[in-house]
Design a protein. Structure first.
Length: 454
């Protein structure tokens, strides 16, 4: 029951229902109306990376200087600041983006009991079923908690790979952040534990899979989401931003691959490995250049310090991609990181025009335009009113945090499911792709290591 949010929009022309086993059941689109730009005809998943700041930025700066005649500026909208501007906060992007507010009532959700109980678990307490996802650090598998029968996602992280890439701090931070966040649109972390070779994170499973699959299917098409559908998803994401920014946590990795959908079609934000708790130190900013190039904010690339405003920039990129079918700063070659970062620093993008397919209207264009502002203090959600300014935008008329968090709206797309074991909305992986989780770890393993708390 509940009020209905508009369904996914179908392009003009003949409707086509996907019959491919790997595509999302029931999704429709027009082959004629949806024409992806040539450079994104094959849109693969994009990995988040910790960029080697000095080398990468030096290469980027040299590339920019060639075309711009060594142009540099000392304001927040310049290419690369050669000295601190007069207003330090204008370039660091502190502002009022940390103002949460408008958070709705989360009391009942935050008090809900842990579905696998309160006791500490271990590997033998779970039955592994099949692979849900594969990443550089390890594998996510569907699992059953033996004692309670709860079906969940179990993330297996290779200690050897973490040690090899010196990512101890990121793994530990993901655990700390997730254990401290209880929100209906954030993946719930139930428990963590470890053995000799692996770190484990037991968490809720989102059966609808990635919103990436709604937008890109099997990776060979660009499927435009309806304007009204994107309003629903953006409202869910804004609810998360208001919650985490009030706690002075910046997510830093918003992209379609990390926006999951649960069994009711509601958003679940996953993969918190590069989230950062900033507390009150360093003026509420961090300087590490991490994230996925297409969604990095200009201040991140320029290395002048970044905070909560980078999340709103990434939201603008994701919303643009939902409505246009491609990301605004992908350029001619999304694999060319230096070029993508140069486009981000320049900050210029164009909305689809003329015969180009898109589902933008005037209000959604204005919403995106206000999010993709180079000056973080002028970015929507980062001004005096904080996230409340975004909620107050006319494009989100009728939405508020309480409404979405109470889950009384009908989601635009509800995944058809045949029970808790239905994984038809996940990509199929071969077991051979998970071989890196079998690497033997023979390094130090004691209370002084960052993962000791697992």
């Amino acid at each position: 029951g509940g009020a209905a949010a508009p369904a996914l929009e179908v392009g003009e022309g003949d409707d086509t229902t996907s019959s491919d086993a790997g595509a999302v059941s029931g999704r429709r689109w027009s082959q004629e109306a949806i024409r992806p730009p040539p450079q994104l005809a094959l849109h693969g998943r994009r990995a988040s990376t910790t960029v080697q700041v000095q080398t990468r930025r030096r290469t980027l700066q040299e590339s920019l200087e060639k075309e711009q005649g060594a142009k540099a500026a000392d304001d927040a909208d310049g290419w690369f600041a050669v000295r601190p501007p007069l207003s330090l906060t204008s370039v660091l992007g502190v502002g009022n983006a940390w103002r949460g507010g408008d958070g709705g009532d989360l009391g009942d959700y935050q008090m809900a009991p842990n579905p696998i109980g309160a006791r500490k678990n271990g590997p033998r307490d779970f039955e592994l079923l099949r692979v849900l996802g594969v990443g550089s650090f390890g594998t996510v598998k569907l699992a059953r908690h033996v004692e309670t029968g709860t079906i969940l996602a179990l993330k297996l992280i290779s200690k050897a790979y973490v040690a090899l890439t010196r990512q101890h701090a990121y793994v530990a931070e993901e655990r700390r952040v997730l254990l401290g966040l209880r929100h209906p649109f954030i993946i719930h972390l139930y428990d963590t534990f470890q053995d000799k070779n692996l770190l484990y994170m037991a968490m809720e499973v989102a059966q609808g899979g990635e919103i990436f699959r709604l937008m890109h299917g099997d990776g060979s098409e660009e499927i435009l989401l309806a304007n009204d559908a994107t309003r629903f998803y953006v409202a869910c994401i804004l609810s998360v931003f208001g919650f985490i920014h009030e706690k002075r946590i910046v997510y830093r990795d918003l992209k379609p691959e990390n926006i999951l959908l649960d069994g009711q079609g509601y958003v679940k934000i996953a993969d918190w490995g590069i989230a950062k708790r900033l507390g009150g130190q360093n003026l509420g900013v961090t300087f590490t250049m991490v994230g996925t190039p297409e969604y990095l904010a200009p201040e991140t690339v320029r290395g002048v310090g970044h905070g909560a405003p980078v999340d709103y920039w990434a939201l603008g990129c994701v919303l643009f991609e939902m409505l246009a079918g491609y990301s605004p700063f992908a350029g001619d070659n999304v694999e060319d990181t230096v070029n993508v970062c140069a486009l981000v620093v320049e900050g210029h993008f164009e909305f689809p025009e003329g015969g180009e397919p898109s589902n933008f209207d005037g209000m959604s264009r204005d919403f995106v335009r206000r999010l993709l502002v180079k000056d973080p203090l002028r970015r929507l959600g980062c001004g005096r009113g904080g996230v409340g300014d975004a909620w107050a935008h006319p494009w989100l008329a009728g939405y508020n945090p309480d409404l979405v968090q109470r889950r009384i709206l009908q989601a635009p797309w509800v995944p058809p499911l045949q029970g808790a074991m239905d994984l038809s909305h996940f990509e199929v992986f071969d077991e051979e792709e998970t071989e890196h989780t079998t690497m033997t770890y023979d390094g130090p393993d004691g209370p002084d290591l960052a993962w000791a708390a697992f």
